[in-house]
Design a protein around this ligand. Sequence first.
Ligand code: URA
Length: 278
Amino acid sequence: MTDFRDEAAQLVRSLRAYVEWQAETGAHGIPRVGKQGGRLGQGLGLGQPAGATAVRQEPEPSPTPPAHVEAPKTPTAPIVQLDRHVRLPQMAQEVAGCTKCGLSATRNKTVFSRGNPEAALMFIGEAPGADEDEQGLPFVGKAGQLLDRMIAAMGLDPERDVYICNIVKCRPPENRRPLPEEMSSCFPFVNEQIDLVAPKVIVAMGNTAVAAMLDTKLGITRLRGQWKLYRGRIPLMPTYHPSYLLRPSPQQLEAKRQAWDDLQAVMKELGLSLPKKA
Ligand code: URA
């Protein structure tokens, strides 16, 4: 009974997030409304069973990378699966005591991760901001709230179905971009997090994450929406950072639509069913 209630609540949450996110992107003819608009979700068949809840479908077995993913240049050796439940908390402790770069002098809390280390989907951002530095958790401020809505619109639960972390684990002062030496000091942690969580798909959000993960100088506008391979083996989708999507600009609506396209591609790759259009 409780399980059924939990599932029903999750379905309603997903559906609401999906409708709100669709309204934000202006997709499928749903009118965009402001905070006061109060029309989100009305008359959109919320009572119908066809919802946004993701259903895991068995993907076709694919011995080779999907056609849309670049062939690996240098195949890496298979990794030994360490016990993530032992090593991740241990690493979080190491990060908490880390003084490898200057950010340790100005941080309040280190910010390691949130979500489920068993998840098939991993989101990677840039670095903690003020809220994250205060709470010690990634993506808990305004950008994080948008990210949670995007994840829920995929029919996923941000705590149960995904793992979220940043390239850099300490807040850069004044929210400046992390320096190359700060990124390279922290990168071994990200790398090990990826090995331990072993996600099926990574979403890299924004220029910093994409530059660090793919070792590229190409900007996110050029790279978003194109499948890449991380270390020759994990499909990686570059997309916009939620902070960028929050910034008012003439491109904002189109960027949100593109970000949603990217997330739908991720769902397809994971064998999740796409939410039914209203
Ligand atoms: N922006 C990021 O890149 N990471 C956070 O954790 C918060 C905002």
